[in-house]
Structures are given as structure tokens and as C-alpha cells.
Design a protein. Structure first.
Length: 140
């Protein structure tokens, strides 16, 4: 009976490990878990490389107006994350356009990036929060 309990414990532990490993759905830097409803997570440095290498992108600041006025990345379009569903289709007509999304800390940009992918945008890249941005900012 002693060996039976050990075998049952080992089987349960293995099943638990398999279940928890199968539940991971986060999108990590440079990797998409699925073609649909997925966005790419970038570092601020990776986003800066894209901005420096091409002009074919939209930079989307999803913070509020007062935060934007305190400091934002040059040429960023302000679209608070709570307004994306209403404004995206008119202001972001090309659903294949590269869209670089940021907020203050990364929470709202993740929500915004997911919302954009659910609206059919196919090239969304979230680089998190402006607090990690070590480059120049503009103020109003």
C-alpha cells in the first residue's frame, strides 16, 4: 500500500504540472502564440529600433490627456484606451499598419493591444509603459 500512495502522488503531480503548463497564454517578446487575436510584446528598446528604422508605423499613446500633456513620445497619437473601440476604425483605417502601443506602466497598453487585435488589427506591438522609455519626450 505504501508504494500505491507514492505512485498515485507521482501521477497527480505529473498531471498537475501538465495542466498548469498548458494554461500559459501570455505573449512574450517577439513571439505570438496564435495568428488571431495576438499581439507582440516588445521592449522599449525594440520599439525604438522600429521607430528609427522606418516611418511606416503609428505610435499610439493610450493614456489620458493630462498624462499625454506631461510628456509623450514625439508624433504619438493620443487615443485613451477606453476610447479605442469608438475611434479606431476612423483614425486607424489600415488594419495591417504597424501600431506601436504604450501607456504609463504597461497595463493599459496590454488592454489596448488586445482590443485592437480583437477589432481586426494584425500588426499590433505593445511596448509597455513610458516609465521604461529612456529616450526623449515632448511636452505640451
Amino acid at each position: 500500500m505504501r508504494y500505491g500512495k507514492r505512485i498515485i502522488f507521482i501521477i497527480l503531480a505529473a498531471m498537475g504540472t501538465l495542466c498548469f503548463n498548458g494554461c500559459q497564454t501570455n505573449v512574450s517578446s517577439g513571439e505570438n502564440n496564435s495568428e488571431e487575436n495576438a499581439y507582440m510584446k516588445l521592449s522599449a528598446e525594440e520599439a525604438k529600433e522600429i521607430m528609427d528604422s522606418t516611418e511606416d508605423y503609428i505610435l499610439l499613446d493610450v493614456r489620458e490627456e493630462d498624462e499625454y500633456a506631461e510628456g509623450h513620445i514625439k508624433d504619438a497619437l493620443l487615443m485613451p484606451y477606453g476610447e479605442i473601440t469608438e475611434r479606431a476604425e476612423n483614425e486607424l483605417p489600415d488594419k495591417e499598419q504597424t501600431i506601436l502601443v504604450y501607456c504609463r506602466s504597461g497595463r493599459r497598453s496590454a488592454i489596448a493591444a488586445q482590443t485592437l487585435t480583437e477589432l481586426g488589427y494584425t500588426n499590433v506591438k505593445d511596448f509597455g509603459g513610458i516609465i521604461d522609455w529612456t529616450y526623449d519626450l515632448e511636452t505640451e
